[in-house]
Ligand binder design. Structure first.
Ligand code: NAD
Ligand code: SER
Length: 330
């Protein structure tokens, strides 16, 4: 088997995808890469700026890479502050990876997003094939990315596969500046017994998925029989459709002192309001057996247990950081 390259490997997804790939295919076969000069203790690491076409081609050619999980990107909230950078990293980076994949014959995984939809898309049970007119620069790069992947698949025969991922909740690495980050931050606040100031309105409904389900979906899709994939590079996937208020209520089943205030950030609220409330993931189920294991209750239990274990504080009795009981509006 030829080596696997993970770009953007130090981010929220890469921090868990890289070890999962190493466990599945062998540590020696997985090369992590990202912007810092960091060294990975657990396997090969190379610094790679994916906007540098020659560097991308050099690494893929030199290491005889057979598959690229292309995670390097700028996420929705930061992208709205730096749209020119977002276009450069998200589009030039993908183009450079696809070009190298064409030249050296490798498979590519492309993570699209619920952001590939926009306000004119049906918001509930958003179909696999529907209107895609996003109003954020991040969403524009995701739709354009899906189309570019389609083009490389049909024109050059590159085997590109992808998921339209919902907001991902995880404990191993912090989220990288997205609109769904609130969900992760809420768990960290709960584990530290701190009040959480949520930047979205309490009833903002969005799709979410727990990271273990997302990692399994990525690897399953990349290993699936290509003949069964009708929508190879952009499958809708989701595990739950939830609001900040519902997540807070589930957390309070475990720690009644948890409280949330809502301090709405208009920029991120506008982004969230332009995204679907719930995706239809039937095509992923039918074509390659997508089947998430974690709903809101299981995810909450696991997140709190893991953060509690990591910080050693979750089981503490009421600390000085505990919010006033009447402060919770969540
Ligand atoms: P992240 O922000 O946590 O990590 C992205 C990584 O990319 C960072 O480590 C960053 O250093 C790296 N990076 C940025 N610019 C780079 C460049 N020029 N060259 C190389 N590396 C660069 O993001 P993530 O949450 O891990 O997301 C990974 C991918 O999945 C992205 O394409 C994102 O759009 C997509 N996605 C994520 C989510 C989510 O909820 N996390 C949901 C949908 C889609
Ligand atoms: N979680 C991502 C974001 O909020 C969705 O792609 O940007």
């Amino acid at each position: 088997m030829r080596p696997i390259l993970v770009t953007g490997a130090l981010g929220q997804i890469g921090a868990e995808l890289t070890p999962a790939l190493r466990k599945a295919f062998g540590a020696a076969r997985v090369i992590a890469s990202d912007l810092p000069e960091a060294q990975s203790a657990d396997g090969a690491y190379e610094r790679l700026d994916c906007t540098q076409a020659e560097a991308v081609a050099d690494l893929i050619g030199r290491q005889d890479v057979g598959a690229v999980y292309h995670l390097a990107a700028i996420l929705s909230a930061i992208a709205e502050d730096r749209p020119q950078d977002a276009w450069r990293v998200n589009m030039d980076g993908l183009y450079n990876v696809l070009e190298a994949a064409r030249r050296f014959g490798c498979k590519v995984f492309f993570p699209s997003s619920i952001a590939a939809f926009g306000p004119s898309t049906p918001r509930r049970h958003t179909p696999q094939t529907t209107i895609q007119r996003p109003t954020t620069i991040y969403g524009v790069t995701k739709v354009a990315g899906e189309l570019l992947c389609d083009y490389y698949a049909t024109r050059f025969g590159v085997d590109v596969r992808g998921l339209r991922l919902p907001g991902l909740v995880s404990w191993a690495a912090p989220p990288g500046g997205g609109t769904t980050d609130y969900a992760v931050e809420m768990f960290h606040s709960a584990a530290r017994r701190r009040r959480y100031f949520c930047f979205l309105r309490p009833e903002t409904r969005l799709d979410m998925m727990y990271m273990p389900d997302a990692i399994r979906a990525m690897i399953d899709l990349m290993e699936a029989d290509p003949k069964r994939l009708r929508y190879a590079n952009a499958y809708n996937v989701t595990a739950m459709s939830v609001t900040p208020r519902e997540i807070a209520a589930e957390i309070r089943r475990h720690t009644s002192l948890f409280a949330v205030d809502y301090c709405v950030d208009p920029k991120r609220q506008a982004i969230a309001d332009s995204w679907p409330e719930s995706l239809d993931a039937e095509a992923a189920r039918e074509d390659w057996g997508f089947s998430p294991r974690f709903g809101l209750a299981d995810m909450t239990r696991d997140m709190l247990a893991r953060l509690g274990a990591a910080t050693g504080r979750f089981d503490d009795p009421v600390s000085s950081e505990a919010p006033n009981a009447d402060a919770g509006i969540g």
